[in-house]
Write a protein that binds this ligand. Structure first.
Ligand SMILES: [Zn+2]
Length: 287
């Protein structure tokens, strides 16, 4: 994804309905593609490219959506961090020569090679900018850079705000944020480890290890679990033996591995929705 036209092409190929959930700092509209009519009352959110160099997740998500024909509504924001991805892919060419923004970014990055950049265009790591124990993560930093900078305050970034607004507006039964790499799935937050069984199903299906993320804070998953009491996963797709950015030649292998996973999410989403429904109509403990 070197330019916006490439994102539009990816969205188009899914055959889904496109809407926009926000605008990045460089003025790029953040698209969402939706499939499934949601007649069963179940909805799921998928988010890709939270980290710039992990842009293979956008291709993975759009590729999976293309084949999806279920009833459950799947909202997908395949490229949350558009500006960051463009910086990672284009490097200094993204800006006119002598651009002040570019000079600052080169300073923050320690050079002109942006291929390992993770943050957004302001040097804020979106996945530590959410309002969930913001600034308490082990690797958090207080200075802008390629990764781990928490931002000046929670939800300071347009991309974070867009995600939060979407999450607050829709009561998603399941939220999945895609990252690369490590073949790991993170679930729960703090002491809240509900939905372990559902998470194990996903881990078994993909052959990835299930883990809790004990030393992180301020992430998208963390926000959903802590603030919305919802169900969210972080999936680290791809094998550790590859370098960042994850090689695009591996996309077809990833697509093969994840084939059928959206249908599994729908099944899990239905079960969670069923329990919420049951819980709201019956007295007694909700376990
Ligand atoms: Zn990541």
């Amino acid at each position: 994804m070197i330019n916006y036209r490439e994102i539009e092409k990816l969205l188009d190929e899914t055959g889904g309905r496109v809407s926009y959930v926000g605008v990045t700092h460089l003025g790029n509209p953040i698209p969402m593609v939706t499939k499934g009519n949601g007649a069963n009352g179940v909805s799921i959110l998928l988010v890709g490219s939270v980290h710039a160099r992990e842009y293979i997740t956008s291709y993975l998500l759009c590729g999976l959506l293309k084949d999806y024909e279920g009833q459950t509504r799947i909202d997908c924001v395949p490229v949350l961090n558009i500006d960051g991805v463009f910086l990672c892919r284009n490097g200094a060419r993204l800006f006119p020569p002598n651009s002040k923004t570019l000079e600052e970014l080169i300073y923050l990055n320690g050079g002109c090679d942006f291929s390992l950049w993770k943050a957004n265009i302001r040097g804020v790591d979106i996945n530590v900018n959410f309002d969930a124990d913001w600034g308490k993560g082990e690797l958090n930093t207080k200075t802008p850079g390629s990764e781990n900078y928490i931002g000046p305050y929670p939800e300071s970034e347009n991309e974070t705000k867009a995600a939060v607004e979407l999450l607050r507006k829709n009561n998603y039964n399941m939220v999945v944020a895609y990252h690369s790499k490590g073949e790991e799935i993170f679930y729960g937050y703090g002491d809240d480890l509900r939905y372990k069984e559902h998470s194990l199903r996903v881990a078994d299906f993909l052959g990835y290890r299930l883990k809790t993320s004990d030393n992180s804070a301020g992430g998208l998953k963390d926000y959903v679990v802590k603030q919305l009491k919802g169900y969210a996963l972080t999936i680290e797709v791809g094998k550790d033996r590859f370098e960042h950015p994850y090689p695009m030649e591996e996309l077809s292998a990833l697509l093969k591995k994840h084939k059928g996973s959206l249908e599994l999410f729908c099944d899990i989403g239905e079960k969670i929705a069923g329990r919420v429904y049951e819980g709201s109509h019956k007295a007694g403990p909700k376990s």
